[in-house]
Design a protein around this ligand. Sequence first.
Ligand code: SF4
Length: 427
Amino acid sequence: MSSQIENVEKDKNGEQETGYKSVFCPFPYVHVAVNTNGMYRVCCEATEESPHSLQEMKPAEWLNSQYMQQIRQTMEAGQWPSQCSNCKVQEAAGVTSKRLRTHILKVPDTDQPEVTSLDWRIGRLCNAACANCNQENSTKWERSGTELNDLGLLRDKEISAVAVEEGEQPFTVTELSKLKRAYIAGGEPFLLKSTLPIVESLPSDCEVIINTNLSILNDDILREYIRFGKHASLVVSIDGTGPGFNLMRHPIKFEDFDKNLRQVMDMLPQTMIVFNFTWSLLNVSELAPVIRYFRGFRESREKMLIDFHPLEIPNYLKFANLDLDFRKRVAEKTRSDLAGSNTFLTKLGLHTEIENLIHLLETEQMTKPETQREALIYLNWLAKDRPYTEDYISSSQLRDGLLSSHQPTRTESKGIDHNHMKDNTSS
Ligand code: SF4
């Protein structure tokens, strides 16, 4: 491990701006991630949940478990652990992976792993059923998740029998004496009862990050946030603006998000606000609008960042389901819409990353026809379940983008007849 740590130190001393050499990543040495069902995983980007839960072992035990030892050994042998294939694929495509963004984590000085970073999804309670989300992460998805499973669109893992209920957390953060960074997500943390006691029990010099949909504000938590000053961040999910936002964040409305965002900025001037944009088939046209919206704030507020990721799961929502010519047209329009922001993006060091993402959009290999069929079924289900989304889906020509890549069956064709769909939704 030592040679890989030397490489990291070089990075931190500025010889390289970002990134680690080889396949080294600090997460398996310092970080504990817990899903809403209490199961551990290496980090939020990992492709699988581990077989161990918070009920079975404490975070420090988990970090020293056989499962984690094996991951570290694989990395130290210079190979990618199978759980890390998302980072591997993204880096091969020139996209800045989560691994390459972890230079914020301090790498341990010894070979003894220590929990300094926690990612805790504390519960499923949520008031939104976002288009990319699932039952595992939102109670609002329960009805829809069942319907989609009936349509053969298996996106939800079975909710584990060990699902953690509100108020039954088996450990407290005060047990982690070396904790330097706590990321809290749900569900919606501003709705979850456990959020406030967790935040209250963190020391003021701990970096605290809450991931929120900003549909509602929780004054008690926000007041507590003031104590953390510049150590506090809010990650806000924004996958579109206007109707594009409404499509992605059902049933939250963009106007409410915008109003709450401005209120939080006034209340917490020292808090870092991080826009989190996940790029998928549904919001393929939303990259430029979100960047322009971000720019509107960032030019007068330094404490703002924006983070981009291509969607990883489910496969049928990846933009790679869209026909290549369609994607090339979207890529061209995105570049043209962003032309006026190039200097701004270059100043923030984001221009290359965005260009790499756009390049991925116009070159990524098409998914299998079966997956494209699933995408079409989902799109039609969405327009039927949430009728106000139909105008956005039609105007962004998403069905055309899918249909040019495969011949629809009779049933699918029927599903895409707009009049047929409007008849259905008005009944
Ligand atoms: S390499 Fe990627 S997936 Fe693996 S632990 Fe690091 S950030 Fe997570």
